[in-house]
Design a protein around this ligand. Sequence first.
Ligand code: ZN
Length: 420
Amino acid sequence: MAQRTRPVLFALILASASLLSIVAYAAPNADSVILFIGDGMGPNQIVLGRAAGGGDPLAMERMPYSGMVTTVSAGGEVTDSGASSTALGSGYKTENGVLGMTAAHKPRQTILERSLKLGKSAGVISDDSLTGATPAGFMVHVPDRDLSAEIAEQEAKSGAQVMMGYGRDAFVPKTEAGKTTGHDLVGELRKKGYEVVFTRDELMAAKAPRLVGLFDEDKAPTLQEMVKEALARLNRNDRGFFLVVEQAWPDWKEGDPSGVALDVLALDKAVAAALDFARIRGRTLVVVTSDHETGNLQITSPARLSALRAAKGSASQIAEHLNADRSNTTQVMAAYAGISDLTDAEANQVKTAKDTGDAIAALMTRRVGVQWTLGHTATPVKVFASGPGGERFTGNLDNTNIPQRIADTLGLGPLEGAQE
Ligand SMILES: [Zn+2]
């Protein structure tokens, strides 16, 4: 008797186990998501970052789930940051230059807008202009990423509780030749209850739950500081939040290995802070990806990536330490680029260069032993995930898959028409 019931029992156990797993998959795993985007950060840019950090895996590389993401825009073109932001924000392929709209210029709801609609809080952070394509693609719907005044208007109305980036100009009226254009969006934001800050010190002293930071680059907080301040505010909503964070600079530094490597490390510090926060809070998924690769970075034998370990800045930051006649080139390259055996020929290249930053970038490229071309490429980028729902971000994905998988993790239902 006991023997005959065993297969039945076994079948019952199997059936209930698979039912449980279906229920577990369909139910929201997390109530909050933090999405990081390294602009221009392809797989090899991450390799440079790891080398500059000392060689151990980065915090993003230690996240338990990972996959690859294709990035081409509508028509199979090499994507710009606008089309990729639209894909990551709302799940649509669009033409380069378009934000939050299909290629036919139909506006589409973004994951940030859907989160707000369903009672969550939302935040957007960039260490470049807040009206730039990557942050804007989550909040606005415009046919042209260069419409910065219109983008700022729409961002000010987005309802996101926290917005931080550079670029105050788009948010205040401009007077040219006696004619004033634009609105006082800073004033309007303050009327809506936002605390608006312009420097790191003001950010650190800020108290209000709704916050806009429009920083000057030389008085800006670090990306990690912005992330911590944003999380402290977004965490006040019991229904959770969606936060998107851009590290903007690998996209602008092809040809500058220490610059790219240190940008990846700056992103990784912010990611590490988010992972700490998520571990303590629970119910929080952290995703790290990129909008596209920039520079077709090739690392071929005999590359010497350890040459990046002692670099203390990007090529142009290192160049700022040169004196007027550049007589301290050898000392500067030893102290800030980590090159203590500079040859006379190399020193001369810097001393006689039209642009010292470019000369140092070229020198570092040779020393590290990498190769670059100019501009964006279609090289697939990485995606890393940690936390509940992280298993959705494995294997081979397209950038249009990412917002729907975030929506599934949060239990937000289908994004209208987005790719699954
Ligand atoms: Zn980009």
